[in-house]
Design a protein around this ligand. Structure first.
Ligand code: TRP
Length: 328
């Protein structure tokens, strides 16, 4: 019997992960797996509510699984699987739909933002997205949900849905806490006024799967200060932040001193940072290559995760259907 508190989180399989994603989510997942009974899912159903290429989806799902495992998530410690492999998630979504006021969903800022991004495809799935997320979390009666700042509103709604359900049908779901990850805010390499994001093009971010040569090239193009004295600009601050988190401590100290003295050469800083990032992710790249040669093992991890998750999901659905009067 697992006596640890349970946490649930998920990431959408929608392309490459960059170091901002790593620091914002994956790094924390790895740290949390020793303390909690972890459920980390690949949210494929969420990811099809945006524009996407069906030809690429399978690869994106496998890719994210490889990243999960290569970064150090341990299938012995956490349940890792693909959301659509546990069909109960969509079943519970429907039931939650019937107790969720539309007005709650109309308030969601992510829905408003995404509606602007994909104005020709404002589909029901996009609107209902937070209810599916609530079903993900409540299915496992999770105690906590590690997420970034942008997901707080969705976790608040999850608590409300738990409350709506409990009030109407009797105490069933605990209200989950958000475990906000203290994420350093990593900015774009070419425009430090924007967050590092895939949507600003490949030059703006370092992908965790980027090969050393690519990392060097991208770093070379990163913007810095013009001139060498005075206050640090956002561009330089961003590079120093990356150096502090991913770099050798002596590099960080050395360049900081040079910056204070006004003798810093940004070319050297960027070269050192590129090397440090390359080194930081070397074990990850090696593990990933090894796993790429074992697709059967990777699929097995997902299958075992799905089996475990389904057992719990079936129990929850049984209890839910009983309470709402659908068990004959
Ligand atoms: N919506 C989340 C995101 O885009 C992904 C997600 C889906 C999730 N289901 C979840 C996160 C459940 C936490 C818990 O980041």
């Amino acid at each position: 019997m697992n006596t640890k508190q349970r946490i649930f989180s998920a990431i959408q399989p929608s392309g490459e992960l960059h170091i901002g994603n790593y620091l914002g989510a994956l790094k924390n997942f790895v740290e949390l797996q020793d303390k909690y009974d972890c459920f980390f899912f690949i949210a494929d159903y969420h990811s099809i509510s945006g524009e996407y290429d069906p030809q690429k989806k399978k690869k994106q799902i496998m890719d994210l699984t490889l990243n999960f495992l290569a970064i150090g998530l341990d299938p012995e410690k956490c349940t890792i699987t693909v959301q659509s492999q546990v069909p109960e998630h969509t079943e519970l979504t429907w039931i939650f739909n019937t107790i969720t006021p539309i007005s709650e969903l109309q308030r969601m800022t992510q829905f408003k933002d995404k509606s602007q991004d994909q104005e020709k495809n404002i589909n029901m799935g996009l609107f209902d997205y937070p209810v599916l997320q609530a079903a993900d979390i409540l299915m496992y009666k999770a105690y906590g949900v590690p997420v970034g700042q942008d997901q707080i509103q969705h976790i608040e709604l999850t608590r409300k849905i738990a409350r709506f359900f409990n009030n109407k049908f009797g105490k069933t779901f605990p209200e989950p806490k958000d475990i906000i990850t203290e994420t350093p805010k990593i900015m774009s390499l070419i425009d430090p006024t924007k967050k590092m994001s895939k949507s600003h093009g490949p030059k703006s971010y370092v992908g965790i799967n980027d090969e050393p040569e690519i990392i060097k090239q991208k770093m070379k193009k990163a913007v810095t200060d013009i001139g060498t004295t005075g206050k640090m600009t956002p561009a330089t601050e961003n590079l120093f932040l990356l150096l502090k988190i991913l770099g050798k401590p002596e590099h960080y100290k050395e360049f900081l001193v040079q910056h204070k003295k006004g003798i810093i050469k940004y070319g050297q800083l960027k070269e050192a940072l590129a090397d440090d990032i390359i080194n930081y992710f070397t074990p990850f790249r090696a593990k990933r290559k090894e796993l790429e040669s074992k697709p059967e093992y990777v699929k097995e991890v997902l299958a075992i995760g799905a089996d475990h998750a389904r057992k719990i999901a079936r129990e929850t659905m049984r209890e839910v259907k009983e309470k709402i009067g659908l068990v004959l």
